[in-house]
Ligand binder design. Structure first.
Ligand code: HSE
Length: 395
């Protein structure tokens, strides 16, 4: 029997306990007998069935030779970092859902794991329950991945879906999402694109083998998307999604931004809190991964699957990671694309001519148009010479 400890009894941590308790027999029949011996949390859970397994002192766990795997679901990069590092130094594998820590310290923690004959696993840190990390590490191991493009944040996808379907404004939908528990009280990390950025940084690191830092990635959130954008989008047969993308052709370029997504894209039908990711690789071509990118049991399931692998392979390093060498991104504005632009009606004809936009949609005060294909630098240069531009959204 493998004894497991869980760091943090919040949403995901309690999910880990539930998944292991509920599916222990099933996993045993598949070759791994797991049991949660301890849960580390400083809060008081008296009266809760978990209370007999709660410990407040991390050393109780780290000094127990029976513990072979820790599931770290604390979040943050301070205590979670210190405790994860200490566990790995003792040869205890760590499986985490903590994207902030994986992005900031993943390379170092993987190195520590290697040096101590154990594993640092992070399937749940990107795409929640969607098996993206294992797919890239295992199923696509014979592939050269040249592009990852997708919806990696459920909160913003919920907000944009509601704005699209109900014609409601950003503030109204955000408030509703907070009331329903889909959005955090402080929604900054989600709505400003930081969460999606950390996730694409982790994927960029995994594919490139070097350490991508989220602050090096151009990131724009969804706070400026308004009802007029959706009015134009509908007339263009598009939806608007927050897309995180990384392109590995000729260097590595990454960007997180809202985009108009045409009806024929499979990402167009990724709605609500769901995530959807397209991976393009040289042999397989396009493959798509879809599912719950957040939520208690979906995310916990991915953490437990990592723990299962650690036990199955007796702690030996499972999967690929990346080195501590910094990934230097090339300029995302070198990538070609088209751009949706809103211009006041008085300047619309001049803008359309400059941007090579063939079709125009005229509203009361503004005209919407889609530029010809050009790279970001060329587009921004043309845009700076125009008058009456209200905004642009990548296509
Ligand atoms: N806030 C994240 C989301 C949770 O909305 O997708 C999962 O990382």
């Amino acid at each position: 029997m493998a004894e497991i400890a869980v760091f943090g009894y919040g949403t995901v941590g309690s999910g880990v306990v539930e998944v292991i308790d509920r599916n222990a027999e099933l996993m045993k029949s598949r070759g791994v007998d797991m049991h949660v011996k301890y849960v580390l949390d400083i809060r008081d859970f008296s009266g809760d069935p978990i209370s007999s397994r709660i410990v407040n002192d991390v050393d109780v766990i780290l000094n127990d030779p029976e513990i072979s795997v820790v599931c770290e679901t604390m979040g943050g990069a301070t205590f979670a970092y210190e405790y994860s590092r200490k566990a790995l130094e003792k040869g205890i594998s760590v499986c985490t859902s903590n994207k902030e820590l994986v992005e900031a310290k993943g390379a170092e923690l993987m190195k520590t794991a290697r040096e101590h004959g154990c594993s640092y696993m992070f399937e749940a840190s990107v795409g929640g329950g969607i098996p993206l990390i294992r797919t890239i590490n295992d199923a696509l191991t014979a592939e050269r991945i040249d592009r990852i493009y997708g919806i990696l944040n459920g909160t913003t996808n919920y907000i944009l879906t509601k704005m699209d379907e109900c014609g409601a404004g950003f503030d109204e939908v955000l408030k509703e999402a907070q009331e329903l528990g889909y959005a955090e009280k402080d929604p900054t990390a989600d709505v400003e694109g930081h969460d999606a950025c950390r996730k694409i940084a982790i994927l960029a690191s995994l594919v490139s083998g070097k350490c991508a830092e989220w602050k090096d990635i151009d990131t724009e959130g969804i706070t400026n998307i308004d009802t007029e954008d959706f009015r134009f989008a509908k007339e263009l047969g598009c939806s608007i999604k927050l897309i995180a993308m990384c392109d590995f052709n000729d260097g590595c370029r990454a960007i997180v931004s809202p985009r108009m997504i045409t009806a024929d894209s499979p990402l167009n039908s990724v709605k609500g809190v769901f995530n959807g990711v397209l991976i393009h690789s040289d042999m397989l071509d396009d493959s798509m991964y879809y599912g719950r990118g957040a939520g208690k049991l979906a995310t916990a399931s991915a953490v437990v699957a990592d723990a299962f692998e650690c036990v199955r392979f007796d702690g030996k390093e499972v999967g690929r990671g990346w080195s501590e060498e910094k990934l230097v991104f090339a300029d995302a504005d070198d990538m070609k694309g088209r751009f949706f632009v809103r211009v006041d009606n008085a300047n619309a004809d001049a803008a359309a001519a400059a941007l090579g936009a063939s079709d125009k949609i005229k509203h009361e005060n503004e005209t919407g148009m889609v530029s010809a294909e050009m790279n970001g630098k060329e587009f921004k240069k043309k845009l700076s010479g125009l008058s009456g531009v209200v905004k642009f959204i990548r296509f």
